[in-house]
Design a protein around this ligand. Sequence first.
Ligand code: NCD
Length: 315
Amino acid sequence: MRAGLLGIEGLSREDIDVILSRSHDFQPPPRQPFKRFEILKGKTVVNLFFEASTRTRTSFEIAAKRLGAEIISITASGSSVSKGESLVDTLNTLGAMRPDAIVMRHAASGAPHFLSRYLPIPIVNAGDGTHEHPTQALLDARTILDRRQSLEDLRIAIIGDIAHSRVARSNVYLLSKYGARMVLCGPASLLPCELKSIAPGVELTTNMREAIEGADVIMMLRVQLERQHESPIPANEYFQFYGLRPEHISLANQNVIVMHPGPINRGREISSEVADSQRSAILNQVENGIAVRMAVLESVLAPEPAQQREELKAQ
Ligand code: NCD
């Protein structure tokens, strides 16, 4: 992890276990405030976002601050990128300021990998095109583990615009390392067969009821209109076939966990009744994003994780 976090694909199950367990240390007890630490005191993180973000950007900011680091957020629209500066020139400029790490979101798949070859500092991928969103998959796993003993043997339905979803891809990589059974579901045009080859436990279906039957977890995905080149399925029609509604919940296992990485589009991929129901873990995912990103930033930037574990336990 010292080199940064570019994706889930290259992590071992042990690497993932370490982050998930460390993020558990950082989760505050219910209704209690987050603690502040000095683990990353003196470190500077640049949060470089070339694509829109509410949850991910803010939670990286909060995570860095809670560990005592300084963090500077830069968005494409507020930077010289909007004046025509190239990616390489932007990166060289930021590199010359010697941050300790860069968190990066970019519309091009592979952009953080390119950056990591260019700059001698750790890069954390906050979402690259349709490729990976590693911290989202980690926080999703943390959220499931808050409610279930293990990720093994779970049946997980991932439903929606699979083709354009870096969240789906990172989750498939992560969950397959634990032997979870996954059903990917969406309209045929948004359901790429190649994801089946990532792991043996992956099935594909265009039938939403079939996907949900017996599911322990339902992960809904946003229809990513910004990445679609053909005219989209109208919202009401999409909702009729792939929108999660109360009648679907009874098909799933008892106590099914409903998740969505956000931003949610009510009435397109999920109904308000389900999004706001007891089954929904959507806001827990947001909350867990902070603890997971604290664990990731620590593993990337802190020199002596074992010692810090002691520091955390002593507080
Ligand atoms: C996701 C993303 O950006 O990939 N959102 C997020 O980070 N919470 C999913 C999405 O935008 O639909």
